[in-house]
Design a protein around this ligand. Sequence first.
Ligand code: HEC
Length: 207
Amino acid sequence: MKKIGAAFSVLVLGGLVFWLVNNSGYFPYTHNPLQYMPNMHHTKALIPQRGYDFYADGASVRVPPAGAVAVNQNPYPYTKATFAADVRKFSNPVAADLATVKRGQKVFMTYCVVCHGPKGYGDGYVVPPFSQPPSLQSEKIRGYADSQIFHVITVGQNVMGAYGPQIREQDRWAVIHYLRVLQRAENPNDEDIKAFENVFPPEQETK
Ligand code: HEC
């Protein structure tokens, strides 16, 4: 029993001395430190643009299989060349509520305003030197179906590049709702004018 007690003391004392020396900083490890449970400290990182022998083609990144679609994304079926009249057949799938219009405003003020200007007249901050875009307040665009505007945003038109790859589908529909708000603000209909009269009633006629 005594022997076991002595052996235990030596073990504890030895452990304590080892711990103290180990943590004293007197013997800094320069290489091969003893690591208690290194876990995943030393992972094999794949460095881009370097050859890697795991896959037969030497690339570390996989190309998605043909036809792969991102979650919640619908592939756009039309190209500039196949743009057809039937593009009118699909309507804006996003409901025009306040949150959507506000989201559309954010998208417009992020992506479109630089060229098309704050109200869509084509007086953006980069015009000139960028060539002036046609007004989005035109009769032509006011008469466009939402899907036609969606088409222009998604695949681009002449000098305007495609924004499909940059703006999420939902946001492309939302920005159209905001564009409709801009158009209606500049060209109010009878209903809007009536609502306006409720806010600012015409002066009462005096006898
Ligand atoms: C880099 C500048 C630029 C940006 C950014 C830009 N556009 Fe355009 N956009 C243009 C130009 C220039 C045209 C005219 C293209 C042409 O000559 O057919 C145009 C055309 C359009 C048209 C068709 C107008 C017509 O009369 O045919 C629509 C609709 C439109 N843009 C919407 C948008 C929306 C919405 C955004 C934001 C998501 C946007 N654009 C972002 C430059 C831009």
